[in-house]
Design a protein around this ligand. Structure first.
Ligand SMILES: *[C@@H]1O[C@H](CO)[C@@H](O)[C@H](O)[C@H]1NC(C)=O
Ligand SMILES: *[C@@H]1O[C@H](CO)[C@@H](O)[C@H](O)[C@H]1NC(C)=O
Ligand SMILES: *[C@@H]1O[C@H](CO)[C@@H](O)[C@H](O)[C@H]1NC(C)=O
Length: 278
C-alpha cells in the first residue's frame, strides 16, 4: 500500500511540476450568465436585467450588460492568473476545477467579481444583469445539504462486504475458518463470532466516522469518503478494517482474516496503479 501511494505521489509530483503556472480557465467551467444583453431597451441605455425588483418588474441594467462572453472570459483569465481582481486587487479570485458544489460556488464567485470589476474598481456590470446570484444561492444550499449529509450516518451501500461468513467449520474450541489461507494452504482460524453481525458493525463504523477516529483507539484516524473512485473505495475498506480490529477496545476486535477486506483493498490498489500509470 505504501509503495503504491509513494509511486503515485511521485508520478503526480512529476506531472504537476511540468504544468505551466499560468493557464487559462476551461470555458466549459465558466458559468452561464443566464440572461442576454439588450432585453427590452428603454431608449436611454437601460434594459431589463435577469432579476425582478420588489415591484415584480425586472431590475434595469445597462443594455451592454452582461458583456460578450469571450471578452468576459479574457477578463476572468487575467483575474484568475493574477489571483485577484486585476482592477480591484484586494479581492481574491480563485477558480477551482472540481465538479463538487463548493467548487462551483467558488467559480460563480470568481465570475461575479470579474463582472462587477470589468472596467475598474466596482465598475462593471451589475450582478442583476445575470442569474449568477440565484445560481450561487441554489448551489450554496446544496453545499450545506452535502455537508449536513456527510455528518450523518454512512450509506450502508458503501460499506464493503465482509466477503466471508462467521461460524464456518467450527473446531469446537471457539475457532472457525477465516476468509484467508495460511502458508500451509489451510484457512486461518478466527473466532467463530467473526466477522460480526453487519448491522452492529455498521453502528460502530458510524460512531468512528462521526468521531473521525476509532472510538476505541483514538490515535487511529477514520475517514469514509463517498466517491466511486478507487482511492475512495480503498479508504472505505481501511475505515472498515480499523473498525473491525478495534470493535471492543484498542486492538481488540475481529482479525482482518475473518474477512476478505485486505484482498479487496489490494485488488483496488493494483487496479488503481495500473490505470494510473498506463
Ligand atoms: C419576473 O416577473 C415576471 C412577471 O412580471 C415573471 O414572468 C418572471 O418569471 C419573473 N422573473 C424572475 C427571475 O423572478
Ligand atoms: C484456500 O485453500 C483452499 C484449498 O485448501 C482453496 O479451495 C481456497 O480457494 C483457498 N482460499 C483462498 C482465499 O485462497
Ligand atoms: C477503479 O476500479 C474500477 C473497477 O472497480 C475500474 O473500472 C477503474 O478503471 C479503476 N479506476 C482507477 C482510476 O483506478
Amino acid at each position: 500500500m505504501k509503495l503504491t501511494f509513494a509511486l503515485m505521489s511521485a508520478v503526480l509530483a512529476a506531472s504537476v511540476s511540468s504544468v505551466p503556472m499560468k493557464r487559462d480557465v476551461d470555458p466549459s467551467l465558466v458559468p452561464d450568465f443566464g440572461h442576454a444583453a439588450n432585453v427590452n431597451p428603454t431608449g436611454t441605455g437601460d434594459c431589463d436585467g435577469a432579476v425582478n425588483g420588489t415591484n415584480g418588474q425586472p431590475v434595469k441594467v445597462p443594455c451592454s450588460c452582461p458583456p460578450d462572453r469571450n471578452s468576459f472570459i479574457q477578463s476572468l483569465n487575467a483575474n484568475v492568473n493574477a489571483g485577484h481582481a486585476v482592477n480591484n486587487p484586494s479581492i481574491p479570485v480563485t477558480f477551482p476545477t472540481g465538479q463538487d458544489s463548493a467548487s462551483k460556488v467558488a467559480r460563480i464567485q470568481a465570475s461575479l467579481v470579474t463582472l462587477q470589476n470589468l472596467n475598474g474598481p466596482g465598475k462593471g456590470c451589475p450582478a442583476a444583469s445575470t442569474t449568477l446570484v440565484a445560481q450561487q444561492a441554489a448551489l450554496q444550499k446544496r453545499v450545506f445539504e452535502e455537508f449536513t449529509f456527510s455528518k450523518r450516518d454512512v450509506d450502508p451501500a458503501l460499506v464493503p462486504d465482509f466477503g466471508h461468513a462467521a461460524g464456518v467449520n467450527p473446531t469446537g474450541t471457539g475457532d472457525c475458518d477465516g476468509a484467508v489461507n495460511g502458508t500451509d494452504g489451510q484457512p486461518i482460524k478466527v473466532p467463530c463470532s467473526c466477522p460480526p453481525d453487519r448491522t452492529s458493525f455498521i453502528q460502530k463504523l458510524n460512531a468512528n466516522v462521526a468521531a473521525g477516529h476509532a472510538i476505541n483507539n483514538p490515535s487511529v484516524a477514520v475517514t469514509f469518503p463517498t466517491g466511486q473512485d478507487n482511492v475512495s473505495q480503498v479508504a472505505r475498506i481501511q475505515a472498515s478494517l480499523v473498525t473491525l480490529q478495534n470493535l471492543n477496545g484498542p486492538g481488540q476486535g475481529c482479525p482482518a482474516a475473518s474477512t476478505t477486506f485486505v484482498a479487496q483493498q489490494q485488488a483496488l490498489q493494483r487496479r488503481g496503479t495500473v490505470d494510473f500509470l498506463y
